[in-house]
Design a protein around this ligand. Structure first.
Ligand SMILES: C[S@@+](CC[C@H](N)C(=O)[O-])C[C@H]1O[C@@H](n2cnc3c(N)ncnc32)[C@H](O)[C@@H]1O
Length: 230
């Protein structure tokens, strides 16, 4: 674990300081999202030219504030009306849709160069993590696109005590099914990528490269996509 990860683990315990800690990291250009975007730039992607879909907007505190002002166009989905109204205040230039992302993903017509999936971390209603979005969400990718997915390869004792619902029985069952995992509490990134690659292929896309960026026990899994042209 790097310094960012160690400090992040400490701050996880002190939840009260999290907003101030995030603001400090943001000012330093060192939040996990800012680091992931820097890596994208190194790989030849220009966020300023990208149309972005944020599939789970929240109020924007976690990472939208890191990148909303740096991209070409932003569409945000969020089911909660109060959170959506906060998003409208904070990001007046963005298109905010108060929708159920799991339903919207089936009917939406837009195409995006950047798709960010920052799902709730466990089970919620009938859903678990982001599993129900696949493979439909790949339909929304532009011919050359990047998808950032919030994934959990494993969870240490600190994360489990901070979030007692994490890895509940039903989540583990869903993880076993989605990742075809023998041990759903430990799913390495390369095993995950194989599953996302199968879904991508069913939508006519291939995963050309990937990397991960640690957040807490959650990570961004960043997938570089391209559409096969005939
Ligand atoms: C981890 S938060 C997103 C944080 C956000 N990306 C940020 O930068 O602050 C997950 C959000 O998903 C929303 N959500 C849960 N179920 C949803 C659904 N079915 N459709 C759309 N949003 C949903 C929750 O209301 C919550 O605000």
């Amino acid at each position: 674990m790097g310094d960012g990860g160690r400090i992040g683990a400490i701050v996880n315990i002190k939840g009260t300081f999290r907003p101030a800690y995030r603001a400090l990291l943001r000012a330093l250009g060192a939040t996990p999202m800012q680091r992931a975007l820097a890596e994208l730039r190194r790989r030849g992607y220009d966020p300023a030219a990208m149309r972005c879909l944020e599939v789970f907007g929240g109020t924007g505190d976690i990472h939208l504030l890191d990148y909303a002002h740096r991209i070409r166009e932003l569409t945000i989905w969020e089911i909660d009306k109060t959170a959506a109204s906060r998003l409208r205040q904070r990001f007046p230039a963005a298109t905010i849709q108060t929708v159920d992302s799991h339903k919207e993903v089936e009917r939406h017509e837009g195409r995006y160069e950047l798709i960010v999936i920052d799902n709730p971390m466990s089970t919620y209603g009938p859903w678990c993590e982001h599993f129900g979005l696949f493979p439909d969400v790949f339909r929304l990718a532009a011919d050359r696109a990047v998808m950032m997915v919030a994934v959990i390869p494993d969870a240490d004792a600190g994360a489990r005590s901070a979030y007692p619902y994490l890895f509940n029985r039903s989540q583990l069952e869903e993880r076993r099914r989605f990742y075809r995992a023998g041990d759903p509490e430990h799913v390495p990134f390369d095993s995950m990528v194989k599953i996302y690659a199968e879904h991508a292929e069913s939508a006519g896309l291939s995963i050309d490269w990937w990397f991960s960026q640690r957040r807490t026990h959650m990570h961004y899994l960043v997938l570089g996509l391209s559409r096969a042209t005939v």
